[in-house]
Design a protein around this ligand. Sequence first.
Ligand SMILES: Cc1cc2nc3c(=O)[nH]c(=O)nc-3n(C[C@H](O)[C@H](O)[C@H](O)COP(=O)(O)O)c2cc1C
Length: 572
Amino acid sequence: MQDFYDVLHSRRDVRTGFRPDPIDDEVLTRVLRAAHAAPSVGFSQPWDFVLVRDPATRERVHTLVDEHRTRYAASLPAARAEALRSIRIEAIRETPLNVVVTADPTRGGRHTLGRHGRPEMGPYSAALAVQNLWLAARAEGLGVGWVSFFGDDGLAELHELLDLPPHVEVVAYLCVGHVDAFPDRPELEGHGWARRRPLEWAVHQEGWGSRGLPGAEPVALLESTVDAVGPVDEAARGAARERLDRMTKPRGALGRVEDVAVTLAGIAATPIPPVPAPAAVAVFAGDHGVHAQGVTPWPQEVTVQMVGNIVGGGAVVNAFARQLGAEVQVVDVGVAADLDPAPGLLPRKVAHGTADMTEGPALTREQARRAVEHGIEVARDLVAAGNRCLLTGDMGIANTTAAATLVCAFTGADPATVTGRGTGIDDATLARKTDVVRRALERHRPDPADPIGVLAAVGGLEHAGLAGFVLGAAALRTPVVLDGVIAGAGALVAAALAPDVPGYCLAGHRSAEPGGRLVLEHLGCTPLLELDMRLGEGTGALLALPVLQGAARAMADVATFDSAGVTDKTDG
Ligand SMILES: Cc1cc2nc3c(=O)[nH]c(=O)nc-3n(C[C@H](O)[C@H](O)[C@H](O)COP(=O)(O)O)c2cc1C
């Protein structure tokens, strides 16, 4: 039994370190027999194995894969493309054998048991054959690397090269050969490309959301995340401060950049924090019932139009992200229209917009909680996907009204000092908006000790999502850069749930919205930039990213007086 688990846990996708010696026929037959023993839908055994040894064929396939890799690299944000450069994705020419595993969707006839209505069961079955092959190969000391870098044109050419019948589909292209050693963790993890998700995140009891390993008390995502937020590491902060004083520069000469370095050190719990790259901005989008009160001159459908623009890459957030090498992810938590699926759009809709908070609660408690939990999951996914810095973004016509109300609820400030001109409103609209905020507060009397209740009464779905996003980042000890007043309102909710949250937040800029200043004071965050921006989308957070990256890079790269043999100044 133990041997089986050893094989299972030490199986790796291998792309390097192959020996050129051929694979013994008997060994290969055993491995293929293991593959052929896989379970299959209706016992249809839809797989075939094409063994490719011819160097000329492998050379051609390598070229196809390389072309696709180039196209993939060109589609990546700069920080990802840079990381990809040092990653091998195939060993087509270095392995003596390539195995192409196919699936025949027609095998077994039209009445194949279990495939009726679920055609994908065919290729799933072939994938299980691949897994059996992979494990058996590991037990034989053979490395296997799966190559999926084929576009439609590449697959068509592969079909031709190997004389595959047109009705058969390619499930896997595998590079197989002897290796001296297997890496002890996934190579992509070693490169920082992605991390393993804890099993606890993936096991739900009885229904989605109540997570826990067998035997453990199941916990809800919100509570377990709040529990996981602890204080930043004071010892690391102290050591970083001390190192900054020993670096070859006058003490304190980097001004507030030194504070940023110390903050990052405290978050990462190490004096030399990792450079916060790659970074991803999550733009939470939602609509607002309070729009009906005439708080903005912009029609509500601008939300969905701008979501389309961001997903299509045409907004300011995209331009800034492109320039800074960051990824943009749009999260539909509450847009009032149904959105078509698109790459870069996460469908997490809780409701088609909130209700009008001047007439009743904006959300139910359940909706508010669900949106917060979506935010936590987005943070988890982005961190597990290798991001070392998260940035907040938002899109939602009328969302500064909900933000102002949240800020008042958590800080006790008067609506007149918090409510701002948002996208640029005239005096009459500002007076109406301020009155709307005041009426909502009077109606609901939200209790800051009940943050989910506050969100439900006067919040927006994007504020709730952002609250979860900030909590999720803090729980994973990942720096989160706040954009403007919308993110700030979300961070106030997060801080009310878990008081250590502000230690993980960096304020990208001070928004021109009056509530922005108050939020940052309340959170104890000093804005890094002050550029009179009031766009949202994540733009102000993105522009501050190079400050964080420069601060961390300096901690790693700059010599100390002792190491460089530079004389420090004398006291006085
Ligand atoms: C369906 C599938 C496709 C994959 N495609 C590629 C690929 O094109 N190139 C590559 O280097 N690795 C590929 N891999 C390997 C994964 O990157 C690898 O399984 C993952 O990083 C975990 O590492 P491990 O297999 O060593 O545990 C693929 C794996 C699967 C299951």
